[in-house]
Design a protein around this ligand. Structure first.
Ligand SMILES: [Zn+2]
Length: 352
């Protein structure tokens, strides 16, 4: 699960849908093609639902996701340079079934399925699916209560939740089926899905190591790793990236919402993804990605125009406010999404 981060860049749902409604498909696709340019784009999803009547931020209607892929490919036809990456985090069975059905039909798209190896092996579910008798999700206090890393996936309540049809976790056999599809790769998503900033560095290292060992024992080399929750500074920071890099050359995926250059795809890179809210339409997602790409280009153009600091005044310049940039030199962006203050009713929190 990746929480949409606090908004820094204000594009509210209302503004986006107003703008989106004004744009004919042809204009929207042309704007997307122009704004994204030669950059790569990665999408982070979690689950799919069959009925369009039941979207939730973690679960996107199949029809809407199919539409998003069709529009993206229409806007920028697939070439050898796989510019679009579609990720599913957490390892829900419905997501795995969707990827198994769709991936062969989009050979130019890179599909990454991030799973929690120990949860698959022990058939254990997620804390956020521990709903109370009224269907309400657990409080943050329960969701982020301290972890016993070794025993978390032996909890009976989490075992029980994975047996419930609506919270089915992917099986080992399904994972093997996915691994047999040429443009699908599995990635590691830790064993217990902790919020890394709440762990000690020793605990974080142990979780990275234990999950990498379980992943490689079950599925082979760990080439991709997705950070749980994934929002920079809120869920993890550079110290966690450094711990990971000390252990693996896998590409590390966050949910920093921006496109990225093909040259950023180096081993050990931290790569951004757009965490998609299942309640948004395909066109709204496409428009938001295009606006984010445009903002990246404008911020880069602005920082390129900034005069290089003369050595003598380096310290003065160091104090000067600069656009916040990630290790790869691209602006930190935050996705517009339901901010915590305005998160809608219990049903939605249930989808956490
Ligand atoms: Zn997750």
């Amino acid at each position: 699960m990746a929480r949409p981060g606090r908004r820094r860049w204000r594009v509210g749902m209302h503004d986006l849908s107003k703008l989106e409604r004004l744009l004919p498909d042809a204009v929207l696709l042309a704007f997307f093609r122009w704004a994204v340019g030669t950059s790569h784009v990665a999408l982070c999803l979690h689950r799919v639902c069959q009925s369009p009547a039941r979207p939730a931020w973690m679960s996107m209607p199949v029809q809407e996701l199919d539409r998003l892929l069709e529009l993206a490919v229409a806007a920028r036809p697939m070439t050898k340079d796989r510019w679009l990456t579609v990720c599913f985090d957490d390892g829900y069975a419905d997501a795995a079934e969707y990827v198994a059905q769709r991936a062969p039909g989009f050979p130019g798209v890179e599909w990454l399925v991030f799973i929690c190896p120990e949860k698959i092996e022990k058939r254990t579910g997620f804390r956020w699916d521990l709903l109370d008798e009224y269907g309400r999700p657990p409080s943050d206090a329960k969701l982020f209560a301290p972890f016993d890393l070794e025993r978390e996936n032996d909890r009976d309540d989490l075992r029980d939740v994975a047996t419930q049809p609506e919270f089915r976790i992917v099986t080992l056999a399904q994972c093997r089926l996915l691994q047999a599809i040429p443009n699908v790769l599995l990635g590691n998503h830790t064993n217990v899905h902790p919020k890394l900033v709440l762990l000690t560095p020793e605990q974080a290292s142990r979780e990275f190591l234990r999950s990498a060992q379980a992943f490689e024992r079950l599925f082979g080399k760990q080439e991709h790793f997705a950070i749980p929750f994934g929002t920079p500074e809120e869920d993890f920071d550079e110290s966690h990236v450094a711990l990971l890099r000390a252990l693996t050359r896998a590409r590390i995926w966050s949910t920093e919402p921006r496109p990225f250059r093909p040259s950023e795809r180096v081993l050990g890179a931290t790569l951004p993804r757009f965490a998609l809210d299942g309640r948004w339409s395909a066109r709204q997602h496409l428009l938001f990605i295009a606006l984010s790409a445009l903002r990246c280009r404008l911020t880069e153009a602005a920082s390129a125009r900034l005069p290089a600091p003369p050595e003598a005044t380096a310290s003065a310049t160091a104090r000067a406010p600069r656009p916040r940039v990630s290790a790869e030199g691209r602006p930190w962006l935050r996705a517009p999404g339901p901010s915590r203050r305005r998160r809608p009713a219990a049903a939605d929190r249930a989808a956490r």
